[in-house]
Design a protein around this ligand. Structure first.
Ligand SMILES: Cc1cc2nc3c(=O)[nH]c(=O)nc-3n(C[C@H](O)[C@H](O)[C@H](O)COP(=O)(O)O)c2cc1C
Length: 336
């Protein structure tokens, strides 16, 4: 690599595009699929609880809480929690697991998380935030620590510039900004002007996030805001191609075609197989349903396919339903 396109501390990336952490979506099976198309962009795994990681460490069998398969790297791992000491220890566990970046969650809006002063609740307690960041950075001096924040708790408390400056001062290597407040949850639209205000206020790279669903919009947002990177969340659901297509468009100006309906279904099938292999039939089959719904949005007869998928209880039945749909669409036997 000559000049990296995005530099996050010591991590050099040849792509400005990042897969967002998303609970229930960005697990190892999904990221393995994304890596078929893109090996350069940073991907984030769904968040980890600091307390959960520390409790895991008390098990007698010494099994690691998480091990990153080589083929999904570079992988960023994200923590939520609020106790500085626990956050430092948990950051160390994630660094030892092979995280390329360790991120602090300052965005999660759900009451289960915020009532314990985790996630976006930390936007309201900037002195605690500073302590947490210092503890994490001290614990993993060799690895970049980053934050992923919202614009503030609500419209009356938009403190994105203040939070970003505190984080920069504490020593974070990059800042991701989701252009919504906590009280917006996912409603309204992301405020990219506010994201650009953070770009103006700090010298570390800023990664913009919110409402990106196609390569052209993403690259335009990147350029207009001055961000060094862009992050896809919901736009990557059922769409592991979006990261590579956007990175390619950024580098060449060429827009690669969308995958065909048959390719979408074939990848949905592979995704289901990977997910069930990883999590087992009982957990895996129900989890597959939402992924199939995302992959098949807009394709011919997708409502009927989704209905049939939702009735399945076993791997065999699920594979059979998707395979027969591929055969109907393509007119030839599927690679089951
Ligand atoms: C299902 C789901 C799960 C999410 N889980 C996380 C998470 O674990 N950590 C995090 O920082 N953000 C999480 N987010 C927020 C996304 O990373 C992202 O910031 C948000 O969806 C806005 O980006 P988008 O408009 O591209 O979706 C989640 C979002 C969704 C929809």
């Amino acid at each position: 690599m000559t000049e990296p396109i995005l530099k996050i501390g010591s991590l050099e990336l040849d792509s400005p595009v990042i897969l967002a952490p998303m609970c229930g979506v960005c697990d190892v099976p999904y990221i393995k699929l994304m890596r078929r198309y893109d090996q350069e962009s940073l991907a984030f795994h769904e968040m980890f609880s600091a307390v959960g990681l520390l409790n895991w460490g008390r098990r007698k069998d010494n099994a690691p809480a998480f091990r990153i398969p080589e083929e999904v790297k570079p992988l960023g791992l994200q923590l939520f929690g609020h106790d500085p000491d626990a956050m430092g220890k948990a950051a160390r566990i994630l660094a030892d697991a092979g995280a390329a970046v360790i991120d602090l969650n300052l965005g999660c809006p759900v009451p289960k998380i915020t009532k314990g002063c985790d996630g976006s609740a930390l936007l309201k307690d900037t002195s605690l935030l500073r302590e947490i960041l210092k503890s994490m950075i001290r614990a993993v001096p060799e690895r970049p620590v980053t934050i992923k924040m919202r614009l503030g708790w609500d419209d009356d408390h938009r403190n994105h510039v203040e939070v970003a400056k505190i984080a920069e001062d504490a020593g974070v290597a990059a800042i991701t900004v989701h252009g919504r407040t906590r009280s917006q949850m996912y409603s309204g639209s992301a405020d990219w002007e506010a994201i650009a205000e953070v770009v103006q206020a700090v010298s570390v790279p800023v990664i913009g996030n919110g409402d990106l669903y196609d390569p052209i919009t993403a690259v335009n947002r990147l350029k207009e805001s001055g961000c060094k990177g862009v992050m896809f969340g919901r736009g990557a659901q059922g769409n592991p191609w979006i990261i590579s297509r956007t990175a390619h468009y950024f580098k060449t100006g060429e827009l690669l075609p969308e995958p065909s309906d048959v390719e979408r279904l074939q990848v949905a099938l592979d995704h289901c197989k990977l997910l069930i292999a990883e999590k087992g039939e009982k957990t895996g089959v129900p989890e597959c349903r939402k992924h199939v719904a995302w992959y098949t949005k807009g394709i011919h007869a997708s409502a009927e396919l989704r209905h049939r998928v939702n009735q399945t209880q076993t791997r065999e039945a699920l594979v059979e339903v998707i395979t027969s749909c591929i055969e109907t669409l393509s007119g030839s036997p599927a690679l089951a």
